[in-house]
Design a protein. Structure first.
Length: 139
């Protein structure tokens, strides 16, 4: 069995954003030269997410609105976590809802995804450099 890993780095200037990273993950699959296996894509920050969904702007606006309703950023006093000097209690909750990672099958050297499925990095506490781990195993 072969193994491959890479880290995708990005700077997200705004507090909450969804970035389509499908093409970068596909490039990792090609570089790995693994034809049959599994690809793990993992947010390496506790206030970020990786998820699969449609790349449709209205859906992304709906997600942002829904997440802000479920875990609003303000008032900061809403979260005990913010009493430690942080201001990102909401971002931890948003990450918990959206998930930490995805695993996608690799078949014949390509991501084996359904129609319209794309891989996204979800940022909930932006303003600094962040990374995503891509780990691929297989033959």
């Amino acid at each position: 069995m072969k193994s491959y890993h890479n880290e995708l780095w990005m700077d997200i200037p705004c507090r909450m954003e969804f970035i389509n990273i499908t093409s970068e993950v596909e490039a990792c699959v090609i570089e790995s030269n693994i034809q049959e296996g599994l690809c793990l894509v993992n947010a390496m920050h506790i206030t970020a997410s990786v998820f699969i969904n449609d790349d449709e702007p209205g859906l992304h606006r709906d997600y942002k609105k829904w997440l802000e309703e479920l875990a609003p950023h303000a008032p900061l006093s809403r979260y005990d976590h913010n009493l430690t000097g942080e201001d990102n209690g909401d971002a931890h909750h948003k990450r918990q809802i959206m998930g930490r990672e995805v695993v996608v099958a690799i078949t014949e050297g390509q991501l084996h995804v359904g129609p319209w499925e794309q891989i996204f990095y979800g940022e909930f506490d932006g303003g600094r450099r962040k990374r995503v781990l891509v780990k691929i195993i297989g033959e």
